[in-house]
Design a protein around this ligand. Structure first.
Ligand code: CP3
Length: 342
């Protein structure tokens, strides 16, 4: 059976479409009262991630509530470091924390990788299968992974960071260990994404959330080649690359075999279009904080952005929606796009 609303997939493949599709990064989560209610009954975030029917339920919540054009499977990027051998915890109100971190090349050598590690993420594949069934082909389902550099940064730092100076220090002082780790991550991510596609993901998105922390030279040495490797290995579904803060390598991203390039809110649409041309579709890129503004302003800025991109565009925010965003602001944003016609 064909997907009923396949606007998102057609847009991702560069087809000319009647209006841009719309979804939000982090749409499955705390902006929804039904998510908060379910979450309150559980032991923690990981229980939700690791229980397939619950992960499927929260994946579908924003589809029902917001009527977006794509669903994104509820999970986290940190499941990959975990199956490679570094367990993570999600500390309430603080975020991710790793009891053990990577210090040197011996630690890297001990990590599992590739098919062996990816096989352990059976709960994610099961969640995709259940979600796919329960969506009844209403809209496409997105699978995702963190990019090797972003995952490395958590594995070195052990948590989030303002500067990521430990992770950057690792690149400068132990480049050989860094390359080995990035390669092991890429090999694991490739199998993981292929398994996700087999389980029902119609497109996969790679989140390089901390791309903007690196210098252009470092980005070209430590992130880009591994994203390239992943993209070259995956031909089973379209791919989106979201490298936050990486406006300085947009031109290089153009040479990657990705269908869609995600943009953060610091990137002017005209600038991105000039560098990328129409070869790739762009996704983004309103400031998530705009959704705190008046409905009049949300509407105006959303339409202004659509006009500026001039097609080949999937509407989204420039990063994940913040948990305290008013739901009616989110709805105003989604509905503005849905009422638009090229
Ligand atoms: O709706 C969706 O986008 C799907 C779900 C999703 C989550 N995490 C759920 C989540 C996705 C795509 C992610 C990816 C992710 N996780 C990224 C890349 C995207 C980005 O935002 O840059 C990163 C860097 C992480 C790591 C992570 N997970 C952090 C830093 C945190 C704590 C910050 C926070 O928002 O609380 C998480 C936890 C997390 N992942 C939550 C959700 C819904 C909050 C969990 C909760 O307490 O309920």
């Amino acid at each position: 059976m064909k997907i009923q609303n396949d606007l998102f997939l057609r847009a991702a493949q560069g087809e000319k479409i009647e209006r841009p599709p719309v979804w939000l990064m982090r749409q499955a989560g705390r902006i929804l009262p039904q998510y908060r209610a379910l979450r309150a009954k559980l032991s923690g975030f990981k229980e939700l991630v690791e229980t397939p029917h619950l992960a499927a339920e929260v994946t579908i919540q924003p589809v029902d509530e917001l009527d977006v054009d794509a669903a994104i499977i509820f999970s986290d990027i940190l499941v990959i470091p975990e199956v490679m051998g570094l367990e993570y915890q999600m500390v309430e109100k603080k975020g991710p924390w790793f009891p053990n971190t990577i210090q040197n090349i011996d630690d890297v050598k001990k990590l599992r990788s590739g098919a062996e590690a990816a096989a352990d993420l059976h709960y994610v594949y099961e969640a995709l299968k259940i979600t796919k069934e329960e969506l009844h082909q209403r809209i496409p389902l997105i699978g995702f992974s963190g990019a090797p550099w972003t995952l490395l940064s958590y594995m070195i730092e052990g948590s989030g960071s303002k500067t990521f100076s430990k992770a950057k220090k690792f690149l400068y002082t132990q480049p050989e260990a860094a390359h080995l780790l990035l390669d092991k991550l890429a090999d694991t991510i490739i199998v993981y994404l292929k398994n996700k596609i087999n389980a029902g993901a119609d497109l996969v998105q790679i989140f390089d959330s901390w791309a903007g922390i690196l210098s252009p030279e470092q980005y070209k040495e430590f992130s880009l080649p591994y994203i390239k490797k992943i993209c070259a290995a995956i031909s089973e579904a379209p791919i989106t690359i979201f490298a936050k803060g990486a406006w300085f390598v947009l031109k290089d991203l153009q040479e990657i075999e990705a269908n869609v390039i995600g943009l953060d809110w610091n990137t002017r649409p005209e600038f991105a279009r000039e560098l990328l041309g129409n070869k790739q579709v762009v996704q983004g890129n309103l400031d998530p904080c705009l959704l705190y503004a008046s409905h009049k302003e949300i509407k105006e800025k959303t339409l202004e952005m659509i006009e500026k991109f001039q097609g080949h565009h999937i509407v989204n925010l420039g990063h994940g929606v913040y948990p305290d965003t008013p739901l009616d602001g989110v709805k105003c944003f989604v509905n503005t796009v849905k009422e638009f016609e090229y």
